[in-house]
Design a protein around this ligand. Sequence first.
Ligand SMILES: Nc1ncnc2c1ncn2[C@@H]1O[C@H](COP(=O)(O)OP(=O)(O)OP(=O)(O)O)[C@@H](O)[C@H]1O
Length: 578
Amino acid sequence: MTAIFKKIWNFSEEEQGNIKKSVIAGFFHALFNSLQFAAIYYMLVEIFSGTISYQAIFISFVILFVSLIGKILTQKISQMNQTHAGYFMAAHKRMEIGEKIKKVPMGFFSDYSLGRLTSIATTSLSLVEQWIPMLLVLVLGGTLNTLVFVAGIFIFNYKIGLIASLGVLVFFIVTSLMQKKSISNSSKIAKTQENLTKNVLSTIQGMQVIKSYNLDGENNEQLDKSIKDTSNLLLKLEKSLTPYTVIQRIVVGITIVAMIFVSVKLNIYGELVLAETIMMIMASFVIFEGLIGAGSNMAILRAAENAIDSVGFINEIHDMKEGSISTPIINYDIEFKNVSFSYDEREILKEVFCLIKEKSMTAIVGPSGSGKTTFCNLIARFWDVDSGEILIGGKNIKDYRIENLMDSISMVFQDVYLFEDTIENNIKFGNPNARKDEVIAAAKKAQCHDFIMGLQDQYQTIIGEGGTSLSGGEKQRISIARAIIKDAPIIMFDEATANIDPENEDKLKDAIESLTQDKTVIMIAHRLKTIRNADQILVLNKRRIVERGSHKTLMEHGGLYKDLMNAKYISESWKLTN
Ligand SMILES: Nc1ncnc2c1ncn2[C@@H]1O[C@H](COP(=O)(O)OP(=O)(O)OP(=O)(O)O)[C@@H](O)[C@H]1O
């Protein structure tokens, strides 16, 4: 039991002060609650002694009033501190998760499903936010409330005090057995809830595919199963705990009857006066109030403990080790020195050497799946190489601070993600401090100003999640504007072919020229024209750079490059004549 409190205490970190205040306020609430019995007792003594006076009524009224005001105030203070503690405990952890996932390699997201992270950031932390401080006050405050009453009863009569203590003790034993039962199920519940979140996410994200392939039933089967699993497990838990709650009620009932019986007997034998007997009878009904609240909440406290454990998973995430170089990079030559890289067991690059000169344009070509995107992702440290090293400006990229490295690189890929925010903010993502006129200038260079001005709210238009309300070409140009405003010295670009119609092609070409001027450019090139103009072409195939050089030399060489270009030429001319 104390282990749970310790865990919650450690978890609450900066919010410990507020939790302390909340529990102390809960304790005073218990004291003020018992004060009303003092007032009633005083009145009863006066009534039964036959000397009731206005003064006695007034004193009782004052005590009741103080009890009421005290209860309201302490409850308010306790609730305010609980809300503050709960909200900020969860908020700090959510921010910690956000910071952490910025520094993990992309492999993390394949190894640990999005469902697990989402479940932690939503379900688990919501449980922490809503329940933990409140449960602490209910459990600790409720227990204290009962202990204060039991102590009060002992003062009146130790015999009735003993009966009350015995009842409370048995109640505690039953509650701790109930807790043990709920421990065995709580980790299973967390797992099924993770599964449910994963399936809901996957259904929402893949809705377009589900609809277009009419997979409604098939996909829902999985979702239905995880919903059923979750509800079955929750029902099972509820059922398994029912006998304990029934026993708790029986213990309460027996203790109340025993206390009333003994109180009446002691009155008959003259050991208790009538006022004391009535007080004992009243006390027997309220003594368990706090404890029942505490007991039923202990099971939830266990679920909350489980939520804390699942949040603890973020401490196991190993972030990428970063270097200490934070000074601006002076030279942007990029060099691969004997680089090998695998996804799990599958080797994608093997002993790759290459030099990309500063302010040059390198085109990467190769068959689909040859590792062109991977090559770029390694430069940005989305993944770390298995062996060898990648240098920028003569220094291993691992020696730079990640922020410093990312400030130096812009990536524009085909799979553009836009946030559910205004167009202006989406562009400013490249430079949050940019002024409005800088945003407009970047949009003009990226050839997207005109279509933005045609939208109802222009730069303030909110785009749907993932940029759903824009066409592929429009999204691509916004991502170019984002990169222009970032003005990073290294640009990695996956040249779009699929999203661009002939009308937009020239606009996009101008946008790319604006973006890549005077930069070190690595282009996963698809268009013949781009490839031809590159200073250097790297041809990737079967894990290695198999050919390198200018378009002219590679065509003369007559290898894979020439085959690829011929195939490309045929397909491009086919497109034109079609
Ligand atoms: N996160 C990943 N986990 C495991 N394998 C991956 C991952 N990303 C890519 N791969 C695999 O690595 C290989 C190289 O992928 P990559 O995307 O780098 O190739 P590409 O040359 O850019 O392909 P394309 O021209 O089709 O875009 C592919 O076989 C791909 O299936």
